[in-house]
Design a protein around this ligand. Sequence first.
Ligand code: MOS
Length: 734
Amino acid sequence: MTAIGDPITRVDGHAKVTGKAKYSAEFAVPHLAYAVMVTSTIPSGRILSMGTSDAQHAPGVLAVMTSANAPKLPQGGKAAVHPPAGRVLSLLQDNLVHYNNQPIAVVVAETLNQALYASSLVTVRYQRETPHFDFEGGFATAHPGSHGKDPADKSIGNLEQGLADGEIKVDEVYTTPLENHNPMEPHATIAEWNGEKLTLHDATQYITGVKQTVAKSFGIPDENVRVLCPFTGGGFGCKGSTWSHVLLAAMAAKVVQRPVKLVLERPQMFGPVGGRPRTHQRIVLAAKRDGTLTAMQHDVHSHTSEIEDFTEPSSSVTRMLYASPVIKTSQRLVPLSLGTPTFQRAPGESTGTFALEIAMDELAYKLNMNPIQLRLKNYAEKDPTENKPFSSKHLRECYEQGAARFGWSKRNATPRSMKRGNELIGWGMATATYPANRSSASVNVQFEPNGRVTVACGSQDLGTGTYTIMAQVASATLRLPIEMVDAKLGDSAMPKSPVSGGSQTAASVTPAVQAAAKQALLALFAMAAADNNSQFHNAASQDLDFQNGKIMHKGQSGGEDFKDLLARNGNKPVGATASAEPEQDSEQYSKHSFGAVFAEVSVDEALGMTRVRRIVGVYDVGTLLNDKTGKSQLIGGIVWGVGLALLEEAHLDKASGRIVNNNLAEYHVPVNADIGEIEVFALNIPDTKFNPLGARGIGEIGITGAGAAIANAIYHATGKRIRSAPITPDMLLA
Ligand code: MOS
């Protein structure tokens, strides 16, 4: 029997490796036309005119859509800016250019190559305006930025007093660069109108969000839009919002009166669909000589676009991680002539822990204290700025187990004290943390006449394992072999579920799976009780049991296959839809996951090369629903941490406003050769104040802390304190 936590292999794995899993651009829609976006080549200004006639007359071209002839949308295309959706899109409703690579036209043709060729013939005359790329220069006029429930400013205590009380101080600036998500699957949309009804195959983390945004933008009822996305080829945040190309595909399909496919070219993934903003983080830590923190200050500047605010809430970690009597944090935004940034894996916590956890390491060295001791000395028993208890927190065990598994006690803290051959070896550690999020979700569970069970939810699986844990929790709840369960998702006609962002899918969807499975079973028992020909006729549901697909009297063996019951009762499915809401009283708690991450690096100073030899992470993420897919998420997050620390950066050409390394060859994400040994462990202590299964999300915590652990290991290896990501070879050459 399947149990919660079992290391079930991905149920969709076979379909994926055999190519049967269909991604959004792969659906064969008859009579399909191909769209290509033309994007701006200047960062700021207006379009004076566009030359489209050559493109229009090129072979196979069906339409060239520009701001001159694009369908007019309600409220100039800004209808969906307000909740529930909310991005400012480029929908050819005006001729303004706010960033380089902004969509300014769409060419539709019979084939992709024809569309591509024709798009190269479109000419544009611009009136240029001065773009803004001076990030640091914008600090003086920066404006406050909030992020969801995180306000722009949050403080406790008197900063001057706290700083004065400190005997030892760290006061440094930490920076992280522009980054892009780079999922393997680019954004892709197929749009097909049938009268007033629109069907979209869209690569997304949020089918319901796409549906609502598109409906609102066109001014049509939600129920006229159906969004399908059975598989998402990675998202990491960029597919959490509905971006311009989705609407542009639907507009183009309307214009040519045919289904239209629009797939972003890889360079178009750098600008119109978000990325991580730059951060500049000043951190001041003040402490007594025994390590007791007296003040923490964390002031963050991040950039946003000229058209919309997005805040990278890097100070969020300083607001909850350590027990300091004085905490002062702020988030400020500098608008630049770039596409609007967005959520990228652990927005805020990834960049925030990079800064804070290096600062803590610096403080530990100044105090001549073990960095774990420093963290234990300031262990937060409650959330310091919210003044609430944690729903569940076992970070101490993470430090202990992590240190033991890594062998931390054998560390000589002196920089440059460990060598292997001509390489310096360094060990560093950091704290990991990510909030526990959860939203309302609905699920349908159905017993099918063919003897199988279907569990369906309008959720998404971006490679995280949603299919698997849906099937697993249904299987465990119904005591049914998982092979008998079919999990279905990725269709907005299915019961509603939240965005697969904020690491919330598992914690939101699985309680609804449990609830729906229990209700479906009651419906099955009721059918049996009402069936004159059933041995369970008139039986009360509390006297019935279900195991291995059989209904039985409690405490007795034998029983009847549910399939036979259905066969006698019209051979139709029976089941139930149920919702699960976040626990009301969980609001009295601060809800977060925690972890401790330890890194070993080797640095060759002749080459400046850093290798991450091994990482050990121990996490307190509540119940681990699936030991295999769950740990795979944690490992994936750590791999992202390696990218943050050593590799990832989008390089901006300030003359054009374009990202110059806008491809997977020059924008480096870690590959297998960059990754040493990664070992992850989960404490597996249920957080039942957060949800009935005790599970918190695990999609994002892996990246947090990992970057700082590596940076701290590099300091230990080399004696060079690098406060700026990525840490590249030029910074480490002897
Ligand atoms: Mo995640 S960056 O919340 O999609």
